[in-house]
Write a protein that binds this ligand. Structure first.
Ligand code: GLY
Length: 306
């Protein structure tokens, strides 16, 4: 089967400049090509998703891993989930600190009987796996937080992309893959909404934000509370399982979300190799490889769904 891949670096408001858009595009394409090459060499969808997420977590312009936003108390707490579609199994970590690749913890939990761990449990897992302590803080995110402190934290959420976006929005990274064996997987990782209160739980490690079956796989981005209220990833996937095409499932779910003034975006692939995306936010920072060409969603019309 021809492998397919789609990745995202968040959703939010329009990049400030043409240069900002181009820099995001180059970052996404580089990561897309590296993860797609794995699929062409026969890697599983799950392995390609984990590697794609690792690379996106390492890119400081995106809000996951290195470059994660700070919460209201100035700390970074990250969340990530991995769902293997063929096993229909989700694993993840919620509000984990001091780790370079939260998605690797989610991957380690795929084989565990306890598959979603929060703060203390995730920290314990880090120790068990002997993962080196890592500080994901960047100077840009620190300066953003210090500016917010001067404004007395009157902004509802931090910026989706460091230095590129003017108005505040939430961000996430995500990868969805279909491998040569026809297996699907989805992974999502985030620093959260930014400036949130301690203990707030992101959608990214829930089936609302990241879901996959043998029929379809979806990763979401945007304001977590909106994604949870729509149960967006699971909603789209279940519609495909019940017989809608992936594009029809995206269209119906995004129209509903728009009617309820949600601020979000999603990417997905189905078992036939169809790739889809949709957003209610101004921009969705996604790029895809359909086997013959690379494309992206960076300059789509505001209400575009594919
Ligand atoms: N979608 C990421 C978050 O709201 O935490």
């Amino acid at each position: 089967m021809q492998p397919k891949l789609i990745i995202h670096g968040g959703a939010g408001s329009s990049p400030k400049s043409k240069e900002g858009t181009e820099a995001v595009r180059q970052s996404l394409y580089k990561i897309l090509e590296e993860a797609y090459a794995l699929l062409c060499k026969g890697s599983s969808a799950q392995a390609a998703v984990v590697q794609g997420c690792r690379l996106l977590e390492d890119e400081p312009r995106f809000n996951a891993g290195t470059g994660s936003v700070l919460q209201s108390d100035g700390q970074i707490r990250m969340s990530a989930a991995l769902m293997d579609g063929s096993a229909q199994r989700l694993s993840g970590v919620i509000n984990v600190s001091r780790v370079q690749h939260p998605i690797e913890l989610a991957q380690a939990l795929q084989a565990s009987t306890d598959r979603v761990l929060s703060d203390y449990g995730a920290a314990e897992l880090l120790r068990e796996l002997q993962v080196p302590i890592y500080n994901p803080l960047t100077e840009t995110r620190l300066q953003e937080w210090l500016q917010e402190r001067q404004r007395n934290f009157d902004t509802p959420a931090a910026g989706v992309v460091a230095q590129v976006v003017d108005s505040p929005r939430s961000g996430t990274i995500g990868v969805v893959a279909l491998d040569q064996q026809g297996r699907l997987a989805a992974g999502t990782s985030t620093g959260g909404k930014g400036l949130e209160r301690i203990g707030r739980v992101s959608d990214s490690a829930m089936p609302a934000g990241n879901y996959a079956t043998a029929e379809a796989a979806v990763s979401c981005t945007g304001i977590g509370e909106d994604i949870i209220d729509e149960c967006l990833a699971a909603r789209i996937v279940v519609r495909v399982t019940d017989g809608l095409s992936l594009q029809a499932a995206f269209k119906r779910s995004l129209i509903e979300a728009r009617q309820r003034q949600r601020d979000l975006g999603a990417i997905g692939i189905d078992a036939t190799g169809e790739i889809a995306w949709g957003k209610t936010s101004q921009v969705l920072l996604a790029a895809y490889h359909d086997g013959t060409r690379i494309g992206d969603t960076l300059e789509l019309a505001e209400d575009a769904i594919h």
